[in-house]
Design a protein around this ligand. Sequence first.
Ligand SMILES: [Ca+2]
Ligand SMILES: [Ca+2]
Ligand SMILES: [Ca+2]
Ligand SMILES: [Ca+2]
Length: 228
Amino acid sequence: MMKNVVRAVLFASLAFSCAAQAMVVRGTGSGALRGGDLTDPENNGNASSYLNYNATFRSSVEPFFYSEGAFNVFDNVVGGGDAKWCCDAGNVWVEADFGTKRYVLTGFTATSGNDATDRDSDNWKILGSNDGVNYTTIFAYDKPGVSAWGNTRLQVNEYLANVDFVTPAAYSIFRYQSTHTVGNYMHQINELEFFGNQATVPEPATFGLLGLGLAGIIAARRRKAKQV
Ligand SMILES: [Ca+2]
Ligand SMILES: [Ca+2]
Ligand SMILES: [Ca+2]
Ligand SMILES: [Ca+2]
């Protein structure tokens, strides 16, 4: 009896650990990207300028599309130099802000840089926010000294909701943040793709219409008062 219980517990924990490690390696290079992600559904973003993207980008450092700047994670190109973000140290982040649109994240891809594995993050998160102040963790990777991409360079890892992370609430801002790298030195990452379903945003216009309605009633009363 006891043996069966132990077996059942072991099986359950094995099944759980398998489910928790379902990240899919799509391959290497630009061709392994899913493409058509939320930041550029048409795949026509300019690889070296802010042209043809559907989000506003921000970063803790190097906010540009060239010279290994942070926005290279959205430029649809996997490679070295101006296709990746490198080589800042410490706590670094880059985010995409979709303004009034909110999305329920269904998946994302994250791609490794072209050089030393030491520069890959070993402590990174995908966070969601609706105000740019309060952020909620959607996915967290924390394996000291171990890169999520192993030693393979330019590798596209894919993570899916309900498999690799719990389906989150709807957010208008998605942030990648790294606090530590394998070699505890310079940080690099090549590309990020976010995928999701647009959610209905609570209508602030309702209050606007209510306000207009009240203003109308007040104006009508004033008119009536004048007539009297
Ligand atoms: Ca576009
Ligand atoms: Ca893209
Ligand atoms: Ca670029
Ligand atoms: Ca890139």
